[in-house]
Design a protein around this ligand. Sequence first.
Ligand SMILES: N[C@@H](CCC(=O)N[C@@H](CS)C(=O)NCC(=O)O)C(=O)O
Length: 225
Amino acid sequence: MTTSLKLISHKLCPYVQRAVIALKEKGVPFERIDIDLADKPDWFLKLSPLGKVPVLVVTTDEGEVALFESNVICEYIEETQGGAQLHPADPLKRAEHRAWMEFGSAILGDLWGLETTTDPATFESKRQALAAKFARVEGALGAGPYFAGDKFSLVDAVFAPIFRYFDVFDELTELGVFKDLPKVQAWRAELAKHPSVRTAVGADYPQLLRAFLVRHDAHLLKLAA
Ligand SMILES: N[C@@H](CCC(=O)N[C@@H](CS)C(=O)NCC(=O)O)C(=O)O
């Protein structure tokens, strides 16, 4: 039986935020420990095989297990904790949801590359790759307000932090990757209002992320000037 959950985190990490949203949706108590990814502590490197956050340290009667990979962590939370159900009961729909969770991670993969790109042509081709991915998301969305209709699911937990990231990124340089996609826009607006999303991300997130992006990216800095 689980006796405690400890989430190793970084304030800006959208992979961490999806796990936080899942925990909050379920009303599960947990401890959140923020670390400095530029100076990773030894205890963290021992726990995390890839040196990445999030890690969920699960303490049971039998000892401690450190889970890594955000989607795996979300699945574990869904399977073991009570509260709101965050996956569809039907196995085929559930598998479809898992695929879209992975798609969310692929979008983040494109976004990371964009942050550090200084060459305008590469920047543009990455921007187009993101636009193509969001066009696929538009095709997968129904009537809303959430990914699967009126029930908030783990797909919403994965995409909400992605949209928060874009909110800040777009202030620095308008990417326009979903400006002509009405369902994505409506979904993004709905998720921004959702209580677990608002508390998972933290009020200081926009300032911290803006400072991080500007400090780390000459291209964005130039565009923002
Ligand atoms: N596939 C991983 C990705 C996690 C990830 O990339 N986390 C970033 C922060 S947002 C990280 O820890 N980076 C540190 C590093 O790569 O050194 C997951 O889904 O958990």
